[in-house]
Each structure stands twice: as C-alpha cells, then as structure tokens.
Design a protein. Structure first.
Length: 171
C-alpha cells in the first residue's frame, strides 16, 4: 500500500491534486482489503501484540503522507487551515470508513443493503472519487458559506371578523 501511495503522490503537480490521488488510492485499498483491515483493527483494539505492532509500524507512514500533503495544500491556499488531526479524521471518515464499516456490515449481512447498490454507490471507483471530491470541497479554502435559513416573514393577521362565542350569541 505504501509503495502505491508514494507512487500516486510523487512527481509534480499541486499538493491538492496529489492529495486527491492519495485519497482515491487509500479508498480503493480500503475497498479491496476491507476484511483484512477490519480483522487487524479488531485485533489491535483487543490489544493483540502482532496487530498493534503492525499498526504502529505502518500507520505513521501512511498518515504522514496524508498530513504532509494536506499541510502543503493548506499552505498553498487550496485547503483551509485546520488542526491536522481534524482534517485527517474528516478525510479518513469520508473516504475509507464507508468501505470498511458499511462494507463489513453488508458482508456480514448485518444490514439490509442490496449488493448492487453498495457496489455502485459506495465501492465503485467513481463513488470513491466522488466522496474524495466532496471531502476536499468541505475542506476547501475559503470555507463554504454557512447555511442559514431564509428569513421568514411574520404572519399577517387576517382581517376576518371574530366569531362570537356561543354564549355571546344567545344573550
């Protein structure tokens, strides 16, 4: 994975373009190896020494590539400046987590999800690239304007005459 990540992010081009390629590579890797990633993750969370060692040895290199590219893209003005882990969590959560978590639920038949829909809308290369673009748009500089509800005009009182109460009518 690291070799592929380095190949996709090396060379020329703007940092934001290299970050996009890196995130697409990460997404495809997560899709293609989701069962293994899930098992290593669970073992690491259980404190298994081999899984922890694997994560400690490999995660910093991959994360380092993403953080370096995101930092350069922020310095270039393509991404808004955020605390590094804030941006990283948004990127990983938007790109890799759908394949690992949702794909795992579907594989285990724990969630009723048609496989064709999952393949097209979550696992497909085009779906991965679309999520990457959405994540990068959310992190773009300047930030998108905040969504505020349109002002609501106050309701006018109708000029209908007031109906008398029944006891007023029979007086």
């Amino acid at each position: 994975m690291y070799r592929e990540l380095a190949a996709q992010t090396g060379g020329g081009g703007a940092a934001i373009d290299r970050l996009r390629r890196a995130l697409c590579t990460l997404g495809r890797f997560a899709r293609d190896h989701r069962a293994t990633i899930g098992r290593v993750w669970i073992d690491a969370m259980q404190g298994e020494p081999v899984a922890l060692g694997f994560m400690r040895e490999n995660a910093p290199r991959h994360v380092g590539v993403l953080l370096a590219l995101a930092g350069q893209a922020a310095r270039d003005g393509a991404l808004r400046p955020l605390p590094p882990l804030q941006g990283l969590m948004l990127m990983l959560g938007g790109v890799a987590l759908p394949m690992i978590f949702v794909g795992g639920l579907a594989d285990a038949q724990a969630a009723p999800m048609p496989q064709a829909m999952l393949a097209e809308q979550v696992m497909d290369d085009a779906a991965i690239a679309e999520r990457v673009d959405c994540v990068l748009a959310a992190l773009s500089s300047p930030p998108p304007p905040a969504v505020t509800p349109a002002p609501v005009a106050p309701r006018r009182r109708t000029t209908r005459p007031r109906r008398p109460a029944p006891e007023e009518v029979h007086r």
